[in-house]
Design a protein around this ligand. Sequence first.
Ligand code: HEM
Ligand SMILES: *[C@@H]1O[C@H](CO)[C@@H](O)[C@H](O)[C@H]1NC(C)=O
Ligand SMILES: *[C@@H]1O[C@H](CO)[C@@H](O)[C@H](O)[C@H]1NC(C)=O
Length: 374
Amino acid sequence: MAAAGKKLAVLVALLALLVGPSAGLLGSGPGCSVFVGWPVPVILRSLICGILGQPYTPPIWRAEPTGAGLSVGYYNNPNNTNSYCPGAEAAVRKAVENAIYQQGRGIGAGLIRLFFHDAFVRGCDASVLLRSTALAGSATEMEGPPNKDSLRGFEVIDAAKEATKAACGGRNVVSCADILAFAARDASDILSGGRISFPVMAGRYDGRESFADETAQLPGPDSSLQELQMMFAAQGLSSADMVTLSGAHSIGSARCLFFTGRLSAMDPDYARRLNENCNGTGSPNNRVDQDPVTSDVLDNQYYKNIDKFVLFRSDAVLVSSPATKQQVDVNVANPSRWESDFAAAMVKMGNIGVKTARVPGQTEIRDVCWRVNA
Ligand code: HEM
Ligand SMILES: *[C@@H]1O[C@H](CO)[C@@H](O)[C@H](O)[C@H]1NC(C)=O
Ligand SMILES: *[C@@H]1O[C@H](CO)[C@@H](O)[C@H](O)[C@H]1NC(C)=O
């Protein structure tokens, strides 16, 4: 019966992709849930939104997340009888270290982004990790425009999952949602050279649903400042959190298609170099470093790069209002202030939409992170 419900949900989600998800099931409300700030073919956009478009309305508005029900050292606490596993966090750490050692620091950037993309869609419940099934139309978050051919680090999470089982005497006790949070924390620590290091609360359960079209809740590279603020506010995060977390664009890479349209707004020499890497607009999927100065260090260089040496409109607009510009200036002048703000904002993001109890049919500790338990 749950399976039939899921099939129906999947069908409706497919329909929603075709006609625009104003249908009630996804809770999108009125408004038009085209992918705001993401390049979507004009024809598709006008089909979904009408020729003139309609304002985007976030499907849900969350209160500021508190983290109630989560705790630091959750798996180290013998009182949590069923989830006691003191080696859990170290096992995740080791998996992240191995991945960065073998694949380079970019994979660490991938893990931090995975955590963000999980948090903004259905909360921190590992919904971003679920693979689509063979059933036609069952596209999961992974297939959404912000994620497809873009997210990386899935196999690191899978390895970390297996490592936690080994560390917990073969028991499946550590949720994939917690693994994502630990991994993002460990990657932040490593990529910042130990300057951004923070305890992470745990006790999240994994969800059982994931829909591609719900990734419209993620802001895009062409988003305006107002859109960025609205989409973070919808998650219970402030404009200040948004500015702080955007500093993650001091690591990792981005594809040409997301910025070749605004080369003329950048520093001319930088734009020329980017243009060469992108072969004009001929190689839209080529990747370039996001931070041309300290490309593999998580640091405040991002704020110094704004606005002539950042890739996206969504980066450049952070200096387009007095309040956000002031915060950018503070982050430029005071690196340790940004580092501690970043740690706090990552913790806050990790509290979004957490599921803290086992509810049969709705939450579980997944046995394998890319599929729901049978
Ligand atoms: C403020 C709104 C944001 C927008 C519009 C945005 C957009 C993007 C885009 C378009 C890319 C490139 C994807 C590709 O080329 O395939 C990217 C990369 C990245 N983003 Fe964001 N992002 C935002 C916020 C964040 C936040 C809050 C974090 C984490 C705290 C984050 C972390 C990253 C990282 C680490 C990468 C590089 C990933 C890699 O190299 O694999 N971003 N972002
Ligand atoms: C475990 O429970 C006992 C009794 O309620 C409490 O005193 C103790 O502080 C708890 N330990 C931890 C690590 O939370
Ligand atoms: C640039 O485009 C040309 C012509 O399409 C192609 O042959 C070449 O491989 C491209 N170079 C890069 C670096 O993508």
